[in-house]
Design a binder for this molecule. Structure first.
Ligand SMILES: [Zn+2]
Length: 478
């Protein structure tokens, strides 16, 4: 616990640096998506024409995703198969989004057991990924600074002067210590396998921006956005160093957080961030995060954050708006323009709760991709075929397309499958009874360092697969 507090405090301090200038010239980068280790990096404002990033010119029209791939295992044959999956995943994303510039993914394939000591045989982490760099941007209308994944920032029509970009848009790591099914392998796939293509596309969508900053940063069962700090904006003509003083600390949202709503009320979660931001604190006056945590626990904003924590454990209580956020949404708008998020996991799970779509609602629909866990028992090709999306939307379902469009991506109107995946029909495809989400495994996970190290920023999804509940499967695909 001691180590945890220290880690959190370091991160909190880093985040202060992150935004302590009024026009932030600091960005956030991941060093390791698995441990969610972040570092602060200077990203001074530069002019687009001075940018060294000329990747836009080297695009291939059917695949706008490039991969810096490090295969850290001995099996070169397997390395080749994995690399091929990235190419196929890039084609599926490019068939859905009209990307204006190349997206570069830094990907690793390695043994999580050997490298991270994650050797659990019942709950296996398949992969973790997130945006490689988050770029601050102040919305001129709202006057709010929110962080954009670099991949998304590049798609927007923002001023040509922008914080300097990093070499990659997405950072991803995949576990070699599990058995994957690859295109061309025999069907049906084995019970304990997962289709690598599903996992890679899923993680890339997180890297594109399907994520949230809301998390229990203080470890007090209360959700807040990420913690940062602001400085006093300099008065006109003021050049004194006074403006560098930390004015106050603050909670910061990601652009995706702007679209979160409570259900069924339709209340904007961003307005809750504003309420929580009434908590005024100066991190440097408090000796540790424990100090901030106890000050926050005693504040009138604590019940609000506590309520958010409980909401994140109430099925169907949060959604992602696919129309412009507004305080005056009608009942119909809320009903018809929301993607229900995963808020049924008990206890709350960092990296899984909120930042996924509701398992029960979408597992058996065209929007099966962004579930917190692999839907199992079938390959991507088989799932698409079972839910009827092979030729309509492919892996990225209609609601997910709307979500990506809301974030700012240009979604292609037509979908043409870029690759034909092999498939044999599954009779009575019904994976919804596969999991007991109040699984004891979760309690085990909660006590493990996996959860502890996962506290920094909830930007990274960790997709897992359960093995002990496999016996309850009731499928007839073989
Ligand atoms: Zn995920």
């Amino acid at each position: 616990m001691k180590i945890l507090s220290t880690t959190l405090f370091v991160v909190v301090l880093e985040l202060i640096c992150l935004v302590q200038i009024t026009v932030p010239e600091k960005c956030l980068e991941y060093i390791s998506p698995f441990y969610q280790k972040t570092r602060m990096i200077d990203c001074p404002m530069i002019h687009s024409k001075d940018s060294k990033d000329k990747r836009q010119t080297s695009s291939k029209s059917d695949n706008m995703i490039t991969v810096d791939f490090q295969c850290l295992i001995d099996d070169k044959q397997l390395c080749k198969k994995v690399e091929q999956v990235f190419i196929t995943a890039g084609k599926f994303i490019t068939a859905t989004l009209n990307l204006k510039s190349i997206i570069s993914v830094n990907a690793q394939f390695l043994d999580f057991c050997k490298t991270y000591g994650k050797c659990d045989k019942d709950v296996i982490i398949l992969g973790a990924a997130g945006p490689a760099r988050m770029i601050p941007y102040q919305d001129p209308k709202e006057n709010k600074i929110r962080f954009y994944p670099q991949a998304l920032y590049k798609q927007m029509n923002f001023p040509i002067e922008h914080p300097e970009f990093g070499p990659n848009e997405i950072m991803a790591t995949f576990n070699s210590n599990t058995s994957y099914w690859f295109e061309g392998d025999p069907l049906p796939m084995l019970e304990k396998q997962s289709d690598m293509l599903y996992v890679v596309i899923h993680e890339m969508i997180h890297g594109l921006g399907f994520t949230t900053s809301w998390d229990d940063y203080f470890g007090i069962k209360a959700l807040t956005p990420a913690i940062g700090g602001t400085t006093k904006p300099p008065a006109p003509g003021e050049i004194t160093s006074q403006s560098d003083e930390l004015q106050s600390s603050q909670f910061f949202e990601l652009i995706s957080d702007k679209f979160l709503v409570l259900l069924p009320s339709g209340k904007l979660v961003s307005s809750i961030a504003d309420e929580i931001n009434k908590f005024q604190f100066k991190i440097e006056t408090l000796s540790s995060t424990d100090g901030i945590a106890s000050a926050f626990s005693a504040s009138p904003q604590f019940p609000v954050a506590k309520n958010m924590y409980n909401t994140a454990m109430t099925h169907g209580a949060m959604g992602f708006l696919t129309i412009p956020p507004s305080d005056q949404l009608t009942r119909e708008q809320i009903l018809n323009n929301v993607i229900i998020l995963e808020t049924s996991l008990i206890p709350y799970q960092h990296g899984s709760s909120v930042a996924h779509t509701d398992f029960d609602t979408y597992v058996n629909s065209s929007d099966f991709l962004m579930l917190f866990t692999y839907p199992k028992t079938a390959t991507l090709g088989q799932i698409m075929s079972a839910v009827g999306s092979t030729n309509t939307t492919g892996p990225i379902g209609p609601k997910l397309r709307l979500l990506l469009g809301s974030l700012g991506y240009e979604v292609k109107k037509e979908y043409t499958p870029p690759v034909k995946l092999s498939s044999i029909p599954i009779k009575n495809y019904n994976p919804s009874n596969t999991y007991n989400k109040n699984n004891n495994n979760y309690n085990d996970m909660n006590n493990s360092s996996f959860i502890c190290v996962n506290i920094i920023l909830n930007l990274v999804c960790i997709i897992i697969i359960f093995f002990n509940s496999i016996k309850s499967l009731n499928l007839s695909g073989k």
